[in-house]
Design a protein around this ligand. Sequence first.
Ligand code: ATP
Length: 299
Amino acid sequence: MIQLYIPLNFLGVLYREIKQNLTDLDKMFTLMEREREIADAPGALPLDTTRGSGIRFENVDFAYDPARPILHGVSFEIPDGKTVAVVGPSGSGKSTLGRLLFRFYDIQRGGIRIAGQDIRAVTQSSVRAAIGIVPQDTVLFNDTIAYNIGYGRPGASQAEIEAVARAAHIHDFIAAMPLGYQSMVGERGLKLSGGEKQRVAIARTLLKNPPILIFDEATSALDSANERAIQAELQSVARGRTTLVIAHRLSTVVDAHEILVMEAGRIAERGTHAELLAAGGRYARMWALQQNEPAPAAA
Ligand code: ATP
């Protein structure tokens, strides 16, 4: 078997692209090649988050392909320990913001700073160590559930794994299996629902204990009880961490410090939930539409 030593977060980012075309290995390797092109600046020091982890995007322009600009002059700030949520139509550039913060790609103009440090001036590994990602689709390995959770911090003890599984409310589910934490995950083993996979991702993030969190909300609808429960768990994980939420449902964003409404790679509106409702613009229309949508059926 070929072992691919790729950081999990990188896989998470790649996953959507790979999933779209499982056989397109060329594309996967092209993307991995690009990953290597993003090199540390000579003499780069590690990112220092000892005095906070506030994030600033300053006038960011970005294109995956020079012929097709994606982001245009995007500026926003996430103060240390606060949550900013991004909403907007599919393809407007929401997930791209998370990929750029993780420095999966370099920007063409402007700057991205964490605690005042340009992410291009510090080591890539230290930026990634400071960020936990709860992706849309969590990558699970054909291994035990304990391994899958422990991936958040290699060397974690069984007691630590159980503690985060409890915090992510997945312990009871695991403990009820005949093999418990040694149950295999995957095709022939434990099959996890979308909500359970997100709980594994939350548990991993708790183990990693990063100061910054990117939550790329799953597009697939969970049933509403599960959605509320996951939301509550995420809020507790996000407490005290600088958090970027890429939201597909507006219910997730109501309490955010600021909400950015993206449209075609630009911030079209911004403000708190109350401010945006009062403004009666795009956000208010999206909110009104979503209130009329029937609740998704239980899985
Ligand atoms: P969704 O709500 O559907 O997840 P989004 O707002 O998060 O969408 P992004 O994933 O940021 O949108 O994509 C913004 C644009 O960038 C889209 O037009 C998309 O096709 C393009 N894009 C995304 N990833 C890549 C890539 N790896 N290479 C080239 N173009 C890409």
